[in-house]
Design a protein around this ligand. Structure first.
Ligand code: SF4
Length: 320
């Protein structure tokens, strides 16, 4: 199967304070094929959400975006908003971070879902609510929940309703930005199971945006780890845990509680670099326990380190 979505050399700049450009996403490339379960992983501020909003053309006027975004081989980035608009909420959809708190409290769930349904000619209110009910059933809720207000639903149910809303345009790729934040562990697992089931049943590709390598391992088979706006490691999720090839991936894993793993948790010291000044050398070097002199001289590029795996570290020439 060919990719639904091809992103190449995506760069995003924001207007920063003092007239300095903030280079928030730096040369990111990835493909999404039907049924893929890809994760964009990294700490808050690493550029993962900005990457996705840049792909979808949702960053607004303060951002400049360059590179290439193709949907079914059709370039949509260089054509501006008019080129992306037919695909947004259609082939490509997103559950935003914090979506479960963004539902309008004074309107029923059904009317909010009905509002985002694609309109082919005139659809009666009754037919739109029936379709909203079907979408709720698809995400494991009873259709009668269309008549409920958000405050009458639990956090998990509200998140399911947000996912139902994101399915209204029958997407082929669903981006889910930290979809389990603010939910307890049991409900988190249920939302992941739901995304897993939707991927299976609908042949939907899921792109999970998460800081949590534990969640990523439960849902995704492929991951791109991001740091300071760049992809620093990418490949099958399994190898990320058993043989991380970038020190940042290793430290991120050591900082993640994973069920059944008997090891102490260690936080990553230091903080990411400012992105409004040019970066010389490896962006991770001030926090990297393995840094060498060469790390401050040149920035490592993504290099193949194993089948289907690439990492951007000068030390990838060493045996893992
Ligand atoms: Fe650490 Fe150097 Fe590798 Fe960067 S290039 S991650 S500083 S070892």
């Amino acid at each position: 199967n060919g990719p639904v979505l091809e992103v190449r050399d995506l760069n995003v700049w924001f207007d920063g304070p003092g007239g300095r450009d903030v280079h928030a996403v730096r040369g990111v490339s990835f493909d999404v094929r039907p049924g893929d379960r890809l994760a964009l992983v990294g700490e808050s501020g690493c550029g993962k959400t900005t990457t996705v909003l840049g792909v979808l053309g949702l960053l607004g006027a303060t951002a400049s975006v360059s590179g290439s975004v193709r949907v079914d081989g059709q370039e949509v980035l260089t054509g501006g908003d008019a080129a992306m608009a037919p695909y947004r909420w259609g082939d490509l959809s997103i559950v935003f971070q914090g979506a479960l708190n963004a539902l309008n409290p004074v309107r029923t769930v059904g009317s909010q879902i009905a509002e985002v349904l694609p309109r082919d000619g005139r659809v009666s209110r009754r037919a739109a609510l029936r379709r909203a009910g079907e979408l709720l059933e698809r995400v494991g809720m009873a259709a009668r929940n269309v008549a409920f207000y958000p405050h009458e639903l639990s956090g998990g149910m509200r998140q399911r309703a947000c996912i139902a809303m994101a399915l209204a345009g029958e997407p082929r790729v669903l981006f889910a930005d930290e979809p389990t934040t603010a939910l307890d562990v049991v409900v988190q697992a249920q939302i992941l199971e739901l995304l897993d089931r939707l991927a299976d049943e609908l042949g939907l590709a899921i792109v999970l945006i998460s800081h949590d390598l534990g969640l990523v391992g439960q849902l995704c088979d492929r991951a791109m780890v991001m740091y300071a706006g760049r992809a620093v490691e990418e490949g099958p999720t399994e190898g990320l845990y058993t043989a991380p090839r970038h020190p940042y991936t290793r430290l991120l894993y050591e900082a993640t509680p994973v069920l059944g793993a008997d090891r102490p948790l260690r936080s990553i010291g230091g903080s990411p670099p400012a992105l409004d000044v040019p970066l010389a050398g490896c962006a991770f070097r001030s926090r990297c326990p393995d840094a060498e002199d060469r790390c401050s001289l040149t920035e490592p590029g993504l290099t193949p380190v194993a089948p289907a795996r690439r990492a951007a570290c000068h030390l990838t020439d060493r045996t893992p």
